[in-house]
Design a protein around this ligand. Sequence first.
Ligand SMILES: Cc1cc2nc3c(=O)[nH]c(=O)nc-3n(C[C@H](O)[C@H](O)[C@H](O)COP(=O)(O)OP(=O)(O)OC[C@H]3O[C@@H](n4cnc5c(N)ncnc54)[C@H](O)[C@@H]3O)c2cc1C
Ligand SMILES: *[C@@H]1O[C@H](CO)[C@@H](O)[C@H](O)[C@H]1NC(C)=O
Ligand SMILES: *[C@@H]1O[C@H](CO)[C@@H](O)[C@H](O)[C@H]1NC(C)=O
Ligand SMILES: *[C@@H]1O[C@H](CO)[C@@H](O)[C@H](O)[C@H]1NC(C)=O
Ligand SMILES: *[C@@H]1O[C@H](CO)[C@@H](O)[C@H](O)[C@H]1NC(C)=O
Ligand SMILES: *[C@@H]1O[C@H](CO)[C@@H](O)[C@H](O)[C@H]1NC(C)=O
Ligand SMILES: *[C@@H]1O[C@H](CO)[C@@H](O)[C@H](O)[C@H]1NC(C)=O
Ligand SMILES: *[C@@H]1O[C@H](CO)[C@@H](O)[C@H](O)[C@H]1NC(C)=O
Length: 509
Amino acid sequence: MSARPSRTSRVAFSFLTNSIFFSSFLSAALAQDDSTKLRDCLTSTSILGSLATFSDAPNWANVTSPWALRFNPEPAAVVTPRTRDEVTAALACAVDAGINVSALNGGHSYGAYGLGGVDGALVINMQRFTETTFDAATGLFTYGGGSRVGPAATWLWENHGRHFPHVRANWVGLSGSSIGGGFGTTSRFLGTPMDNLDSVEVMLYNGTIVTASKVENPDLFFVIQGAGSSYGIVLSLTTRTWKPEYSIVTNFTISLGAVDLDTGVQALMDIQDWAMTEAPDTFALRWQLAGEWNGSGYFYGNPEDFDVLFASLTLRLPSTTTTTVRTADFWAMENFAAPLLNGTADTFPPRSMYLQALVLRSDQPFTFESAKALYQHTTLAFNRTDLTKFGFLDLWGGVSRDVKDDAQAMVYSTNQWLVRWEGRLANGLSEWPADGIEYMQAGFRPFQEQLRKEGVPLRGFVNYRDTELTLDEWSVRLYGENFEKMKRIKSDLDPLGTFTTHAQSIPSS
Ligand SMILES: Cc1cc2nc3c(=O)[nH]c(=O)nc-3n(C[C@H](O)[C@H](O)[C@H](O)COP(=O)(O)OP(=O)(O)OC[C@H]3O[C@@H](n4cnc5c(N)ncnc54)[C@H](O)[C@@H]3O)c2cc1C
Ligand SMILES: *[C@@H]1O[C@H](CO)[C@@H](O)[C@H](O)[C@H]1NC(C)=O
Ligand SMILES: *[C@@H]1O[C@H](CO)[C@@H](O)[C@H](O)[C@H]1NC(C)=O
Ligand SMILES: *[C@@H]1O[C@H](CO)[C@@H](O)[C@H](O)[C@H]1NC(C)=O
Ligand SMILES: *[C@@H]1O[C@H](CO)[C@@H](O)[C@H](O)[C@H]1NC(C)=O
Ligand SMILES: *[C@@H]1O[C@H](CO)[C@@H](O)[C@H](O)[C@H]1NC(C)=O
Ligand SMILES: *[C@@H]1O[C@H](CO)[C@@H](O)[C@H](O)[C@H]1NC(C)=O
Ligand SMILES: *[C@@H]1O[C@H](CO)[C@@H](O)[C@H](O)[C@H]1NC(C)=O
């Protein structure tokens, strides 16, 4: 844990250096007042008090430690309720004290939004809400709002031999990742985790519990799909499930070898053309953006069809291309795609990083020029020693062809590629470099400029949010024309703004 300046030292700092000392002193004093009020309320009953942690507790650093280490929000308190009534009681204390609330699930938000994203939130840690039930008649799987990917996916497989689309990391939260879209190896043919939600149960700021689905309370269901944290606490989620059609999954790697930029870019264009004309939805591909000209993927269709299908792709690629192909049973492959899915600890330790992500749609996919601008100015230009580079292009497409932008808050109709470019603090360093954000943005800018030239609107992906965007940027990229409706729903369902915490919370209209 890096050291965290205490509240007092922050105030002292403002006193010495800040001409707006008085107003910041005043707001700090008011915030202090509110947290005292919150603490008094939370500790007024022994039960709630025993579930709450405050900044003077010895394990405070532990319970407030983010996955995304570039951020370090200081909550007002963390409560870990066991029952719905305890969530209601904690919410009532927060509303009464005028403190905003953030639900915490897996804690893997790239902006530490589960911890509030900014200082001063009451964090409701949902880790005790992990109940799982399966309804054999409908194939619907219900899990608690504090479930993580690995344990829930393992439970469903072990007990019912079924799968639901999920992200590729065992310790990510299932609420957090599903309300932000989610993309995994089966998402091209089964849809995203969000697509597969049948209904959710949400507690509003006043303790009222609402079931929301396409037919019941559809406005709430609409906003949960893309911006759930701004509207309430998701208590449980119900998803559709799927039984593998083939017990064997094929996986593969493709490596172009040491080709030059133009050859690499042309190969990507050929892959794109193949993906958009010939690839079945059951074909998953992740192409590297950082590192070598490589890619890897999975095929969930009939294993007997793989060789012919794969050959129709590889014959388009340069003669230097090498491939490897393997098969394994479905569950073994699940544990390869999301390492240690059936494990008891996080496979991906916390990191200090900054990512930018953009989505291209099938009507305006990569051009040679945009792909070239991307590779040339990101991975090939990268020359830092204090950062390491990471990035990939996930082939989307598939059933997203049926998604409508106005059917849920997050817009993702006909997504074709999910492009991610990331810088990570190099091993052994602890301080994110002052010019790190600007450096990573500068490398990504020529790609964006080329897209603008081609009339391609910039679009994002909620789970891979760019934390450094302005409201005008993120609202359009993530929610498009839905943003006004989302603001109206915010005023209706969260009139006090209780669930407004992080910088990309939905404002009221
Ligand atoms: C190692 C790693 C791998 C990843 N892999 C993928 C991937 O393959 N595909 C993909 O799409 N994404 C992936 N992600 C991104 C991930 O899906 C998002 O970061 C997601 O927001 C994390 O959810 P969480 O519950 O772990 O995080 P948290 O920080 O706990 O929550 C994220 C957000 O959801 C809100 N929230 C959480 N629980 C609730 C609830 N019960 N009610 C209301 N709001 C709630 C929080 O308030 C916060 O705003 C990955 C992230 C990491 C760190
Ligand atoms: C908190 O401590 C526990 C027990 O030592 C450890 O397993 C866990 O990883 C820690 N959590 C964080 C977020 O540091
Ligand atoms: C998951 O791991 C546990 C403990 O190692 C083991 O008993 C169980 O069989 C595993 N389940 C699956 C589906 O692999
Ligand atoms: C395929 O997956 C298996 C595990 O199921 C793994 O051991 C192997 O390295 C992978 N091979 C390729 C070519 O992706
Ligand atoms: C790229 O592929 C080559 C050959 O298969 C392999 O040796 C290398 O590790 C791969 N690199 C990455 C970054 O995947
Ligand atoms: C790194 O790249 C940047 C921008 O491309 C350039 O301005 C800088 O001089 C390079 N630094 C080194 C050490 O090569
Ligand atoms: C709680 O708030 C919602 C949304 O504003 C409202 O519809 C509902 O009637 C309220 N419940 C109670 C018990 O006041
Ligand atoms: C709390 O919510 C209010 C109303 O939405 C908002 O104006 C304020 O900025 C929030 N405060 C914090 C600390 O997030």
